[in-house]
Ligand binder design. Structure first.
Ligand code: ADP
Length: 499
């Protein structure tokens, strides 16, 4: 087995890693798959291989779809409260195994173990319980039509087999965001974790079985976008793809959906979110907020507040405060005692982000702190220093494109009209933040900014009860809240003659 970092791992974590290669989970069984191929998942803090994982090909997607189709009639007709009970049981099992899951998440994704343990895992089960609670509250309505002798009512029915394709930044959480509402509503599921971070989804499989879900209700396939994800997106018997990831992949999935069976698609995509500091804000809170809005996940978060707009009068003060805070952030591997910023997910991602930094400098943006250059002991992993740019030109690639790395771009603005125009001048519209003590100004901005979520005097809060999703090219469909159930159901209208 691979060399692990110096840490007191749970025996179950070690045992799980030793079972290699990892197989596919279809019909509540571990199966070999048809491709005969595996791929490696790596620890981004060192580049070391953690496990070999089976690569699912199109035939494996067919097998998983067949299992999920066979399970659908039974599961969709299961008493709704019973579906909820299975999900509550799964949440309890995840709680029981939380330490192992957190360790696997940090090994596979790189995030600080404290964040995995106190952030990701509790939120995973909160979300699951919230959605489990919806299972027996999915109601239709009676409709007052113009015909005198007709009773008309609606039913919210599940779609069928749902394919969930998820990214690597919050691996287990993203899996549960999809799994919770999909199963609560009576669909069956094929989950494909990102190829960079398959471990927690695979660990989840045994908990799914233990929670008593019938065979075929949850199937887990591992593999990259090509061929695995693409085969799901193009499959004629998958009724819906729930996707979180990049905007370009989202567009490809929509295209495949259009060409195959017009499957439903919900897309939670990229962002380039503005975070605004007005001069009348509580500046120390705003500076801290701006810092965590980008760097808490090494910028690998779709809502990262990567464009920081600061009112000109306080520009220098805010930039200096932010820089001082950022320079105190410790970059290290996720199991280190004191770590704020973990590694990037992969060598490719490191190279991509470094490319943005170099190009940004060449194009005239000024590096205030960060850039290249790290201590020698971090050289094996995919680390990058938290980097802050100061800029004025909104057309820079650094300002327009989602970088998904620890890079913030800070600029000055003079008035509200300019601010709103510049805030909205990207293709994205996922989230925004605004810091001010002026209530009117805060709400004016919140209403004018094109974003699915706006935080006033805060940044980054997400909750199972609060709808979440994008405007513009950040996607469509709202996850969480009751809206999430709408994503996984369709409305049937029934006419009954009462003559
Ligand atoms: P990132 O750039 O963050 O890795 P992607 O959008 O490429 O984001 O990946 C998110 C998820 O989409 C992953 O599970 C990945 O395997 C999957 N994916 C990538 N390309 C495709 C594709 N063409 N069709 C379906 N899924 C894909």
């Amino acid at each position: 087995m691979t060399s692990l970092p110096d840490y007191n791992f749970q025996p179950a974590t070690i045992k799980f890693l030793e079972q290699s290669p990892k197989k596919l989970f279809i019909n509540n069984e571990w199966v070999e798959g048809n491709s005969g191929e595996t791929f490696a998942t790596r620890n981004p803090a060192s580049g070391a291989v953690l496990a070999e994982v089976t690569l699912a090909n199109a035939a494996d997607v067919d097998a998983a779809v067949a299992a999920a189709q066979a399970a659908f009639p039974g599961w969709s007709q299961t008493i709704a409260a019973e579906r909820g009970e299975r999900l509550f049981k799964l949440a309890a099992l995840i709680d029981e195994h939380a330490d192992v899951l957190a360790e696997l998440e940090t090994l596979d994704n790189g995030k600080p173990i404290r964040v995995a343990r106190r952030g990701d895992l509790p939120y995973v089960t909160k979300h699951l319980r919230y959605q489990a609670g919806w299972a027996d509250k999915i109601e239709g309505s009676t409709v007052p039509v113009t015909f005198p002798d007709q009773l008309v009512y609606t039913r919210r029915e599940p779609l069928g087999v749902v394919g969930a394709i998820i990214p690597w930044n919050f691996p287990l959480l993203m899996a549960i965001w999809k799994l919770g509402p999909a199963l609560a509503a009576g669909n069956t599921l094929i989950l494909k974790p990102a190829e960079q971070t398959p471990l927690t989804a695979l660990y989840l499989a045994d908990l799914v079985r233990e929670a008593g879900f019938p065979p075929g209700v949850v199937n887990i396939l591992t593999g990259p976008g090509l061929p695995t994800g693409a085969a799901m997106a193009a499959h004629p018997h998958i009724a819906k793809i729930a996707f979180t990831g990049s905007t370009s992949t989202g567009a490809r999935i929509m295209e495949a959906a259009a060409k195959s069976n017009l499957k439903r698609v919900s897309l939670e995509l990229g962002g380039k979110s503005p975070n605004v500091v007005f001069a009348d804000a509580d500046l120390s809170a705003a500076i801290r907020g701006a810092q965590w809005a980008v760097f808490s996940t090494a910028g690998q978060e779709c809502v990262a507040g990567t464009r920081l707009f600061v009112e000109r009068k306080v520009f220098n003060e805010v930039l200096e405060g932010l820089t001082a805070n950022v320079e105190k952030m410790v970059v290290d591997h996720g199991f280190a005692e004191k770590v704020h910023v973990g590694p990037l997910i992969s060598a490719e991602q490191l190279e991509r982000v470094a490319g943005y930094i170099t190009e940004g400098q060449q194009a005239g943006a000024e590096i205030v702190t960060g850039g290249q250059g790290l201590s020698a002991e971090l050289k094996g992993g995919y680390f990058l220093k938290p980097t802050v740019f100061s800029y004025q030109d909104d057309s820079l690639r650094l300002v327009q494109e989602e970088i998904f790395g620890p890079v913030a771009a800070v600029t000055a603005f003079d008035d509200e009209d300019e601010l709103i125009a510049r805030s909205n001048a990207t293709q994205y519209g996922l989230a925004a933040g605004v810091w001010t003590r002026d209530v009117g100004k805060a709400h004016r901005y919140a209403h004018a900014v094109q974003a699915g979520t706006v935080w006033i005097n805060g940044y980054g809060m997400i909750d199972p009860a609060a709808p979440f999703g994008g405007y513009k090219m950040s996607g469509f469909g709202r996850e969480m809240g009751k809206e999430a159930i709408d994503l996984y159901t369709q409305v049937k209208t029934v006419w009954v003659s009462t003559q």
